[in-house]
Design a binder for this molecule. Structure first.
Ligand code: RAM
Length: 922
């Protein structure tokens, strides 16, 4: 007994010693493995998926020297270190994002497993990462055995011919019999415009409003589902509900003709692999049954959904249901010529809000305040007699009498109807519509509703939140919050202009540089890469690009500032995420457009085509939508020529990256002639401004590199002067100029004016919106007084470069344009106005970057975090090196922070990964 005790004590002691030793060990590990920028994706189209990982390290200055990736066909093989599919071996390469798979051909529909280990520059070898997996999509058109089914015509009470089109949802079902034990079941499904999938009574997945929107006459996206847990040996039921989405357009002609592609339809394919290794495929075909006489009586994205629960057919999506009064589904025309795996995460319910108030504004009319302008719908809890119809309508604002203000929703009916089945508590939320709203009007409710009757469901793409940002100024914080809500509400597998009225389109101009600001808050890499494809798909044969993509409204105006978003966002994906693929994929399409614009609109080296001007600049009278005052407007030729010049600069960069020196030289030559013609025509030599001296004319000339070096300061002084004198310290631009105003003022030393613009609370300003109750960003600077014909309360375009400025300038977190994707970071905060702290974090594609600074009269304290495998140049606001400390010691003494030089009132240090605490006297 005693001997045993001693033995135990000895074992405990030894394991204690061992763990102490382990604790001292350096922890190095690849983590957060992503395949094609996603965690564990199902259905990947790229035959050479790209792998990315982050590097977790227990100490500073960690950089990758080499990696080894192993891919296997089963988890077990991988765990046994048997990479039967691919073993990269040790590859000397410091890159940890977008490493392409380079093994044997991957097979359609298969699942793969991978892991990675790395070596760092200090010769340390990591453990293997955890295992990640992905599945390939159906890679070849011939892999699709399924047929498109549905009903290519109206039925029942459908009214496809009226302007506000009406269709009931189509319900489809099929029973299949599975004879053996199931090892794996995978479904590939595309239901257009929208679908929900059920297996044996259960709804599959948490996605809503799926699949992603696309240019349907070019392609549609299918989703891949793992149904292994759902498909059983025996009889199984498959059920699908189809809604209209945009495939069957919500409008015929108002306010513009809208493209209807066809009636709702489905393609469905299920592959079941049995335990014995054999496989069977079940597909959509004419043996499925269909009815359009179900509870979703009508669905229309603008007008709402009508749901009659008395028409439910319980058990329709479970085995054994009698569908003899349904009809056979018909074989229909293709939904789209091409099917691609959906390349971005689906839309989901991201948050649920409780209302903050309910008021009975007149007998039986209840108005709910959600406390926030949100996008999604209301979930209703109700109990009452069968056949009772409850009505919900949605608005962004109220009239003075407390009723919904609906004028700015234009022709959208925004009404959801629910008819009760009359059995206990019923919970309803729509499937095939969405609304942009803060207020809900509830009528027809049986009894007295209360705050628990409705909930706000916040719906958008399942994007990872990457940024956080806070300052000592409450106006800035409120604007940031409004930006966050506006941005998240306008993602709908494309970035939309607005979520509430009869529009909701992917207008290109609204998102050009704004997308870069968004990239700090959300991981939008896949969303925007997909939108670039939508734009290319909507390009006309002759090279003309659309103003709206997908082109559900056919707007091909040849205005240049809107389509410019296409190369601009492609460049953003490269700068912010290190993505090279979009440049490669779209280069030919850019070039076609650039040459098309040149042929048609370049006259004596001035580009002479513009449609929208500096859209939504603040008008002189608060009732106007657009200014009528020529002195406020920026010339169309200035807008289009500066943009064309900028596009040529981007094309030179892209041509360089793609190793096309001839193209590069060609763009350069053209750009040089435009530079000269533009300056000859628009530069006022005497007064040092462009055109009629609007802030936008001078901003674009500066930002796009059209101003000769010697005049840059003088031109920027004119922007400052214009803003302070003619506009009394207020913004004077629309969405075009706003994309440069904050950063350009700051770059030329006028952060005091930038700070004034962002802290203003009177018209026109972002703070004015806050003062007037906005919880999102308005379409117009005068959004509370202007004509309702174009007055959305949830447009993000007027943010301009504000969010970029928050992160890049106030927090000072910026990717070095020379070394993109935050591989080298420029940490350069601007101490604007009376701010005494800024606290920001950003999960970049290479890991977490943090910047938190505080300041008082005498000193500046700054804590930063730089992720593994990156480095940063740090700019301290100090006129000399003396007195600067890092972690309490004179900075630059240890290896962590290397002193570089003092330059323009800043002391520069170079740092590797790690956390640093800098202080300097002010
Ligand atoms: C409006 C849209 C959008 C803008 C176009 C030009 O209708 O809402 O924001 O880009 O017009």
């Amino acid at each position: 007994m005693r001997v045993r005790c001693v033995f135990f004590v000895a074992v405990l002691f030894l394991s204690f010693l061992y763990s102490c030793h382990k604790g001292l060990e350096f922890n190095l590990r690849p983590v957060e493995l992503k395949t094609e920028s996603a965690h564990e994706p199902l259905g990947i189209d790229n035959p050479n998926p790209r792998f990315s990982w982050l590097i977790e390290a227990s100490g500073p200055s960690t950089a990758q020297l080499a990696y080894r990736i192993m891919v296997a066909s089963t988890r077990q093989l991988l765990e046994d270190d048997m990479g039967d599919i691919w073993d990269s071996g040790m590859v000397q390469n410091p890159e940890n994002i977008f490493i392409p798979y380079n093994g044997i051909a991957l097979s359609s529909g298969s699942q793969y497993f991978w892991k990675v280990k790395i070596w760092d520059t200090k010769d340390r070898e990591s453990d293997w990462s955890q295992t990640a997996s992905w599945t390939m999509g159906l890679l070849n058109p011939s892999d699709w055995k399924a047929k498109w089914i549905g009903l290519d015509r109206a039925i029942g009470n459908d009214k496809p011919e009226i302007d506000k089109t009406r269709l009931s949802a189509r319900y489809l079902r099929k029973e299949i019999s599975v004879s053996k034990e199931v090892r794996k079941a995978t479904a590939s499904v595309c239901g257009l415009g929208l679908f929900e999938l059920y297996v044996n009574g259960a709804k599959i997945g948490d996605q809503v409003l799926a699949p992603a929107l696309s240019e349907y006459d070019k392609r549609a996206y299918y989703l891949t589902f793992d149904l292994t847990e759902h498909v059983i040996k025996g009889q199984n039921a498959l059920g699908v509900i189809l809604g209209n989405g945009r495939f069957f357009a919500p409008r015929k002609t108002t306010p513009m003709p809208m493209t209807t592609y066809s009636f709702p339809k489905l393609i469905f394919q299920l592959k079941v692999v049995y335990a014995d290794g054999t496989a069977e495929t079940f597909v959509s075909d004419e043996t499925w049954q269909l009815t359009a006489n179900g509870p979703v009586v009508a669905n229309n994205e603008y007008d709402g959904e009508e749901y009659d629960a008395t028409k439910e057919f319980p058990g329709w999506n479970a085995a054994g249901f009698d569908d003899s009064n349904w009809m056979p589904a018909e074989l229909v025309n293709l939904g789209a010529p091409k099917l691609n795996a959906q390349p971005l995460a689906p839309i989901v319910v991201k948050e649920t809000l409780k209302p903050i108030e309910v008021k009975e504004v007149s007998p039986g009319v209840y108005v709910y305040d959600m406390g926030q302008n949100l996008v999604g719908w209301a979930r209703l809890n109700v109990q009452g007699a069968r056949g009772t119809t409850v009505k919900m309508r949605f608005s962004e604002a109220l009239k003075p009498d407390g009723n919904l203000y609906l004028d700015n929703i234009r022709g959208a009916n925004v009404t959801d109807l629910y008819t009760l089945r009359g059995e206990g508590v019923e919970v309803y939320e729509p499937r095939f519509t969405y609304h942009g709203f803060r207020f809900v009007e509830l009528t027809g409710f049986p009894g007295k509703p209360d705050l628990s009757t409705l909930e706000g469901r916040v719906v958008y793409d399942d994007l990872e939140l990457t940024g956080s940002f806070e300052t000592s100024d409450s106006t800035i914080n409120a604007i940031y919050k409004n930006a966050y809500w506006g941005i998240r509400g306008n993602y709908r597998s494309i970035p939309t202009d607005c979520p509430q009225r009869d529009e909701r389109h992917g207008w290109l101009g609204d998102r050009a540089l704004g997308s870069k600001g968004e990239s700090f808050i959300f991981d939008v890499s896949r969303l925007y890469a997909k939108w670039m494809q939508d734009i290319e798909d909507a390009q006309r044969e002759d090279g003309c690009l659309p103003d709206v993509a997908p082109s559900y409204w056919k707007v091909y105006s040849d205005n240049i500032t809107w389509p410019a978003a296409y190369p601009i966002i492609t460049e953003m994906l490269y700068d912010q995420y290190g993505m090279m693929a979009p440049i490669k994929d779209h280069y030919d399409s850019f070039r076609k457009w650039v040459l098309y614009m040149k042929t048609n609109y370049l006259k004596e080296n001035i580009l002479v085509k513009d449609t929208y001007g500096d859209w939504c600049m603040p008008p002189e009278s608060q009732e106007l939508i657009h200014s009528q005052d020529p002195s406020r407007k920026t010339s169309g030729e200035v807008l289009s020529t500066t943009y064309y010049y900028h596009i040529l600069s981007m094309m030179q960069k892209f041509a360089g990256l793609l190793n096309k020196p001839d193209h590069g030289a060609e763009y350069k030559q053209l750009a040089d002639s435009i530079y000269k013609a533009y300056n000859d025509k628009f530069f006022n030599q005497e007064l040092k401004y462009y055109s009629n001296n609007t802030a936008t004319a001078n901003l674009l000339s500066l930002a796009y590199g059209l101003v000769p070096e010697v005049y840059k300061h003088a031109v920027s002084d004119n922007i400052a002067e214009k803003t302070m004198t003619d506009f009394n310290g207020h913004i004077s631009t629309g969405l075009v100029g706003a994309q440069w105003i904050m950063r350009t003022l700051t770059k030329f030393g006028r952060e005091d004016i930038a700070y004034r613009l962002v802290t203003n609370t009177d018209y026109p300003s972002w703070g004015y919106m806050v003062q007037n109750g906005a919880t999102t960003i308005w379409e117009l600077w005068n959004g509370n007084t202007a004509d309702p014909a174009m007055n959305s309360r949830n447009h993000v375009m007027l943010l301009g470069d504000l969010v970029i400025w928050f992160y890049e300038d106030l927090a000072g977190i910026k990717s070095d344009p020379e070394v993109p994707g935050f591989r080298h970071i420029i940490m350069k905060p601007t101490l604007a106005g009376d701010l005494n702290f800024v606290k920001a974090s950003f999960r970049s594609v290479r890991g977490m970057i943090r910047s938190e600074w505080t300041k008082d009269e005498t000193s500046f304290d700054w804590e930063i975090t730089i992720p593994s495998n990156t480095s940063a140049t740090v700019y301290l606001p100090a006129k000399s090196r003396s007195g600067i400390t890092e972690s309490g010691e004179r900075a630059g003494l240890n290896a962590g922070a290397k002193f570089l030089r003092v330059e323009e009132g800043r002391a520069l240090f170079e740092v590797n990964s790690g956390t640093y605490q800098f202080s300097c006297p002010l």
